[in-house]
Design a protein around this ligand. Sequence first.
Ligand code: CAA
Length: 260
Amino acid sequence: MEQAVKQDTQNPQAGTAQKVALVTGGTGGIGTAICEKLANLGYKVTTTYRNEEKAKAWQKEMNDKGLDVAIYKCDVADHEDSERVVKQIAEEFGPVSVLVNNAGITRDSTFRKMTHEQWRDVISCDLDSVFNVTRPIIDAMLEQGHGRVINISSINGQKGQFGQANYSAAKAGMHGFTKALAQEVARKGITVNTISPGYIATEMVMAVPEEVRGKIIAQIPMGRLGKPEEIAHVVAFLVSDGASFITGANIAANGGHYME
Ligand code: CAA
C-alpha cells in the first residue's frame, strides 16, 4: 500500500526533481517511522546517526523494505559537525527542503540529583541541535522559496514532567524556537511547526521503570501508548501542500494525555 504511493497522483514528488529530506536521529523509534513515511512519499531521505553498527544494520533493514536512506555519522550536538554534514548532503543530493529535527535523548533524574552533565547532555542534544542543523539549512530553503521545518518536541515540554527538568526545558525551548523562526520565514514559503508526541512505544519510553510506566499509561485517556506511525502521519500532513497555511503551530499527538 505504502509502496503504491510512489506512483500515486498524490505523490508530491511526481514529475519533479526528487526533494531531499533530512531527519535527524532517524534510526530511533519515531525517527524510523518518519524516514519510512517520507521515503514512501518519494523524498530522498537522509539521516544522521551516532552509533555506526546500529545505523548500518538499520540501513540494511530499510533496504530490505525497498527504501533507500542515506546515513551520515554526525553529532548534532556539535555545531561544526552538523554544518559539515548538511554541506555534504547538499553536495550529494541537493538542498534539503524538509528538515525534521527529531534527534533527542533523555537523562532522567529528580532535579536535586541531576548533575551538570545530565543537564548539558540533554540541552545540547535536544535543543542546541535544532540551531546547529537548522542554521546551515535555512538559507538554502530561502533560496528555493520553499521549505518545511518540523521540530519533534514532547508532551513533557508542554506539561513538564517529574524527573525531567532538563528534557522539559529543552522540549519547551524547541517550540519557542518554532514560533520565532516561523515569523521570520513566513513570507518566504517556509513553514516551521512543532509536533508534541505523548508517550510512544519506543525504546526511550520502555526505558522508564515498568511500575512508573504503568502509572503513566493509566493517565492516558486512550489507555495505551502511541505508535511511531501515528507521529509519522502528522509529519506527512505537515509536509503536504494542504498544510501550507499552518505555521508556528504545536500539534499534540498524545492520546488525550494533555490538552491545552
Ligand atoms: N509526582 C510526584 N512525586 C513523584 C512522582 C511524580 N510523578 N514520581 C515519583 N515521585 C516521588 C516518589 O514517590 C518518591 O517519593 P518519596 O521519596 O516520598 O518516597 C520520590 O518522588 C522519589 O521518586 P523515585 O523513587 O522515583 O526517585 P528515583 O530517583 O528512583 O527516580 C525518576 C526518579 C528517574 C525521575 C523516576 O521517577 C522516573 O523514571 N520517572 C519517569 C520520568 C518520565 O516520565 N520520563 C519520560 C521518559 S520518555 C520520554 O521522555 C519521551 C517523551 O517525550 C514522552
